[in-house]
Design a protein around this ligand. Structure first.
Ligand code: ZN
Length: 401
């Protein structure tokens, strides 16, 4: 990989603990890891690759903590445009059941390209249907040439309609298949090392599409391999009611009962949580992927972002699937998170404080890195990966800024 020098940035934003921003800043990297970050005149003068970042802001690459790449091929589907989560799913499951390995590969590359163009350098994906011979290997193979770090979540659904679940029977798998395929993927692809390009995540889909036993077995399996756990929790009131009716527990209590708390676990959404549940997440280190556009698109609700941040819950940002977001634009999602948190605090009679833009960007960098369990990305500091983005200020839309 050799050496890389980036210099003369108008501002380099490190996202370190102190929030250091360096005017006329730059960085130097050897074999993909940073060895110096500071004012341009303090950096080495030469490198194998030199980038003059004059007229640009340099930031750590953004990190996406929740997506369903396959949904990039089912955007704007009639009948799924104006309904909430459960009806939206019922409309889309039959289309998703027709996916082939080629669809999985194409949608993976499409989503990763959209993410890259919007400033993303690391993304997770939650793939929980494997129809017509498709597998997570299709995704991992397709992701390689795009060049983003990829946390591939082996999702699953085991509770079909005839057993009281939401998905049709033809898209669910039996438990033995799920667990043996997940273990194979962990053995073949999971890389725990610093700078890893691929990690495998164990990710049963949601309380209304899997059995309690697959949740427990998945947790045990992931922990044997030191892999992370991911699922949808507390996304909608439909889901909350399903958990109370079926298990006699609210979603977070159900997760606690299943062994799904800890700093190796992250939930997508976390919209409907009370103060006690927020405290449970904070004390156990359980993380949340905030997906504001999807929550608005499906009229799910507003996640308590300020309360999560105040309580110390690890909080990252996700675009969610393109059937409930319409795009994979991660920088736009940062702005969406800032705006929705402000709206949730409205009306602000005391004049603030409103969620600052820098806090929203921190959620998508340091926050998302902690959600995925990575200490090697999310900020531009010595010994971390040189995952950076540059934004040109010489554009019409930045005039006057
Ligand atoms: Zn999702």
């Amino acid at each position: 990989m050799g050496t890389l020098l980036v210099r003369n940035a108008d501002v380099l934003v490190t996202m370190d603990d102190a929030g250091t921003e360096i005017p006329d800043g730059g960085l130097y990297a050897v074999d993909g890891f940073l060895t110096a970050v500071g004012p341009s005149h303090e950096l080495p003068a030469e490198a194998d690759e030199v980038v003059d970042a004059r007229g640009h802001v340099v930031l750590p690459g953004l990190i996406n903590t929740h997506h369903h790449f396959y949904q990039t091929l089912t955007r704007a589907v009639p009948g799924a445009q104006d309904v909430g989560l459960f009806d939206w799913l019922r409309r889309l499951y039959p289309l998703w059941a027709r996916m082939t390995p080629e669809h999985v590969r194409l949608s993976t590359q499409l989503a990763l390209c959209e993410l890259a163009l919007s400033g993303c350098t690391t993304s997770s994906d939650h793939q929980y249907l494997f129809p017509n011979g498709s597998s997570l290997d299709d995704q991992i193979e397709a992701a390689g040439p795009i060049g983003l770090r990829f946390h591939a979540a082996r999702g699953s659904m085991s509770l079909g309609e005839s057993d009281g679940g939401l998905p049709p029977d033809d898209v669910v798998e039996d438990e033995e298949t799920i667990l043996s395929d997940t273990e194979r993927l962990l053995r073949d692809h999971h890389d725990p090392a610093a700078g890893a390009m691929v990690r495998v995540v164990v990710a049963p889909c949601s309380p209304f599409s899997v059995t309690p036993s697959i949740m427990r077995e998945s947790a045990a399996l992931a922990r044997r391999y030191g892999a992370h756990l991911h699922t949808h929790v507390a996304e909608t009131l439909d889901e909350e009611q399903f958990c109370i009716d079926t298990f006699g527990l609210r979603p977070v209590d159900l997760m606690a009962d299943l062994g799904w708390l800890g700093d190796d676990v992250w939930y997508a959404h976390g919209v409907f949580v009370n103060d006690h549940e927020i405290a449970t997440l904070a004390s156990s280190g359980t993380a949340v992927a905030h997906c504001p556009t999807s929550n608005m698109r499906l009229a799910s609700g507003i996640a308590p972002v300020r309360r999560y941040l105040e309580a110390g819950v690890p909080l990252g940002l996700g675009v969610d699937g393109s059937a409930s977001n319409d795009s994979s634009h991660l920088l736009a999602e940062v702005r969406q998170a800032m705006l929705l948190a402000r709206l949730a605090a409205a009306p602000s009679l005391d004049g603030g404080p409103l969620l600052p833009a820098r806090d929203a960007l921190r959620m998508a960098t340091r926050g998302s890195a902690s959600v995925l369990g990575r200490s090697d990305v999310g900020s531009l500091e010595v010994d971390k990966a040189a995952d950076l983005i540059t934004i040109s200020l010489d554009r019409l839309e930045y005039s006057g800024a």
